[in-house]
Design a protein around this ligand. Structure first.
Ligand code: TEU
Ligand code: CA
Length: 540
């Protein structure tokens, strides 16, 4: 596969609303991000995935855009954005913008025009349908934020589609003129010197709603090849698609360079392992390590040289992995470092979600009034009506709710963690006095320095980028594998549990590459791994 810069970098995701507030209104903003670029430069990351900063009424925290070529008032101005881009580029950090074009906000000019009538030139930019024979919704498509995916428009007597909130009407990608408008907008940002695009629910743009088809629609890849030709294909950019419905076979369609679509996709098969099959993410079940190993090993081996993986445990939609499958109490540091080493030693482009590098944890709530996320609030109302108890629903929210990822990042132990001099849009986790950037930087053994070392190793060691992956058969709670490249072999060993676990290998240690504690690792025979122990050794 041809070498590309995005195969060797580590990407850092910023959720601007919760990163750094620079003007005391309790809401993170662009000047706050520019202020903290030196911190990211110290971590060593090569690119930032920036969650949406565009004009938005924030029904879904910016994933409902009312003007793609203007900056959200709360986050700052276009000048602030251009300053951020130039400062980041100066520090060799590329900025990957969030491209949200499956839907717009209902306050976007296109939709305001579309609602003016069936003959309006923007009408067909969206998905409209007549009521069904009984006058009700056209079909049973559901919104990801609870309820039907169809909203009735009195004026025209038609329904419009919204696979997310009512204020996020879906765009009609069958409309060539609409697609051109999207490409023009993408080129507007490319001309500003961005480093790429993260594409929101991109596997939905090929949808055929009246046939009940949402993801992986018949023309999806044709549209992506057209998009590639019309916009980023001419530039050396990182493009990553969010594709909840991807399998390894489908991922190759997106990321096989010969197909001129995307660099890679975010697949979520490993992320769904603690929900009951066929049910919703709120319907919990314990994660099974054997399954996790099988799924990750599959993705490590099945793309071969016909695709490229993304690697992540966290993002702005997911609970903090350390609280989910790690141990955020007595083994918070050990399990955070173990999760980092296990993931970053794999083949693909790693993504760090803000706060992951200092071991931020979930933030439980006791009442729905503490929740901010539309998905969580709608689900609460919906499940109460279905007869679930408040306790049951709050339990699910505390395990899987998106607000867990969106609590402000603490920069120090002062009031509100130095995130803001005002009152934060959502409360910080009370443990910020212990878990904050200043404390992490002052502690040479902190989780931060494990991430910094992993980022540095990926720059220096081609085996981490290109090495083949081979899962090693072990007891369930041990996750171990080899990376092999040009005769060099590294052995990765991790204990994914609170208990001691047996591990043994005939390999001889030549060099210890990294470990999550200070104990001497002398040999690999008949080892008893300490809880959450993790190390990587060169064995050939
Ligand atoms: O997420 C897509 C998506 O399907 C998730 O929101 C999903 O519903 C669930 O939360 C996963 O646990 C993308 C963005 O990442 C998300 O923030 C937006 O809310 C959504 O699209 C709509 O734009
Ligand atoms: Ca602010």
């Amino acid at each position: 596969m041809e070498k590309k810069w995005w195969q060797e970098v580590v990407v850092y995701q910023i959720y601007p609303r919760s990163f750094k507030d620079s003007n005391g209104d309790g809401i993170g903003d662009i000047q706050g991000m520019t202020e903290k670029l030196d911190y990211l430069e110290k971590l060593g990351i090569g690119a930032i995935w920036l969650s949406p900063v565009y004009k938005s009424p924030n029904d879904d925290n910016g994933y409902d855009i009312s003007d793609y070529e203007a900056i959200m008032t709360e986050f700052g101005t276009m000048e602030d954005m251009e300053a951020f881009l130039s400062e980041a580029n100066k520090q060799n950090i590329k900025v990957v913008m969030d491209l949200v074009v499956n839907h717009t906000s209902d306050e976007h000019r296109w939709f305001i025009e579309a609602k003016k009538g069936k003959n309006n030139p923007y009408r067909d930019y969206y998905v409209w349908a007549d009521p069904s024979d009984d006058g009700g919704v056209p079909n049973d498509l559901r919104s990801a934020f609870s309820g039907t995916a169809w909203e009735f428009d009195e004026a025209s007597g038609q329904y419009y589609l919204h696979l997310f909130s009512k204020k996020q009407p879906d765009l009609n990608w069958q409309n060539k003129e609409m697609r051109q408008s999207v490409y023009d907008m993408m080129n507007f940002w490319i001309d500003k010197g961005i480093g790429g695009f993260r594409m929101d629910v991109i596997d939905l743009v090929g949808k055929v709603p009246l046939e009940g088809i949402t993801n992986n629609g018949p023309q999806l890849h044709e549209f992506l090849q057209e998009m590639n030709q019309e916009t980023f294909g001419k530039h050396d950019l990182l493009t990553v698609g969010e594709t909840w419905g991807a399998t390894p076979e489908i991922a190759k369609l997106y990321s096989n360079p010969t197909r001129n679509e995307l660099s890679m996709v975010f697949q979520f098969e490993h992320i769904g392992l603690d929900q009951q099959p066929g049910k919703e993410k709120w319907d919990l079940r314990p994660v099974n390590l054997a399954e996790l190993k099988r799924v990750l090993a599959k993705w490590q081996t099945e793309l071969g040289n016909e695709g490229w993986n993304s690697l992540f445990w966290n993002n702005h939609d997911l609970p903090r992995m350390i609280s989910r499958w790690g141990n955020d109490r007595e083994y918070r540091v050990e399990s955070a470092k173990m999760l980092a080493i296990l993931l970053h030693m794999m083949k693909g482009t790693p993504y760090i979600y803000q706060g992951e590098e200092i071991g931020m944890t979930n933030t439980p709530i006791s009442d729905i009034s503490e929740a901010k996320d539309i998905e969580t609030i709608n689900m609460y109302t919906d499940r109460l009506e279905q007869g679930y108890t408040k306790e049951e629903i709050i339990t699910s929210i505390n395990v899987k709710g998106r607000d867990n990822a969106r609590r402000p990042l603490a920069w120090n132990a002062s009031g509100n963690g130095g995130f803001t001099t005002g009152s934060p849009w959502i409360a910080l986790n009370e443990n910020y006095k212990e878990i904050n950037v200043e404390a992490a930087l002052n502690d040479p053994d902190s989780i931060f320095y494990t991430y910094q070392k992993l980022v540095q190793l990926r720059k220096e060691k081609p085996i981490m980028v290109w090495g083949d992956f081979e899962l090693i058969d072990t007891v369930d709670n041990v996750f171990s594998y080899y990376r092999e490249y040009k005769g060099e072999r590294w052995l990765v060993v991790t204990n994914f549990s609170n208990e001691e676990q047996p591990f043994s290998s005939e390999d001889e240690i030549q060099t210890v590459i990294i470990q999550n504690d200070k104990e001497n690792i002398t040999g690999l025979k008949e080892m008893s791994l300490r809880p959450w122990q993790a190390f990587v050794v060169k064995v050939k």
